[in-house]
Write a protein that binds this ligand. Sequence first.
Ligand code: NAP
Length: 266
Amino acid sequence: MKFAITSKGDNKSDMIKEIIYQYLMDFDLIYDEKEPEIVISVGGDGTFLHAFHSYIDRLDEISFIGVHTGHLGFYADWLPEEIEKLVIDIAKNSFEIVEYPLLSMEIHRKDTDPDCYLALNETSIKKVDGSVVLDVIIKGEHFERFRGDGLCISTPSGSTAYNKALGGAIIHPSLPAMQITEMSSINNRVYRTIGSPLILPDHHVCRFKPVDLNQHFLITIDHITKSIENIVAIECKVADQRIRFARFRPFPFWKRVRDSFISDQR
Ligand code: NAP
């Protein structure tokens, strides 16, 4: 089996990367950064996002594993002290594959083909100066005109990240859905938005149409930020592609939620 390892780059993560590398090579696995079947991310959830985007063109061929070297993570759910067990599992045992939904986003600009992106956590639409003003169109029907700091459109596994900080719900990653949360919408007698997060199923497309086409938007896709002008529309939906995780033991999502946000007592 071919594997690759990515590291956060700090001393601890690099050391653990080296240990995993040596163990797996001793088990006669093949290190292949270009075409791995397994990608092991060592760091935290942020490091995992980098690993995901590094291998975004080969999602169908790869199973991801996350080892965390800081606090407990959602994607990085193996502890450094569990590495020996993990390595033996990878080398000797078959594993279950668990798939999580992703978000697909198309940015349509004037006079060019659309740019397509995939997000593991979320995309957000913001501006450097002034309010974001855009029409929200769900399944072809005008839903509202949004005015405010911006919107976050998250995946179920991203619902514990930026989305949660914005008051969004936590969604179990077995549900193929996307969630739209507002950032400080303007609500008064003149302007009105729904105010609550919206959870859309996988057959609904949501289109965001800027009212003024000459605006400069800041679009984030997970950890990546892009500054984009002349946006005609942004289209979001649950992606056809999914991310695959190699699972060697049960670690229920709600347990990870509890351990991360309520208590780490096991
Ligand atoms: P960062 O600002 O360095 O770290 C953001 C934090 O989010 C880290 O603590 C990271 O965990 C955690 N995180 C990432 N994905 C998560 C998930 N699915 N569930 C729970 N926590 C998660 O930024 P970054 O490392 O480049 O990561 C980009 C992400 O930051 C974005 O995708 C967005 O979700 C998140 N973000 C959050 C806020 C907020 O909460 N107010 C604001 C902006 C962006 P680790 O420490 O394990 O890496």
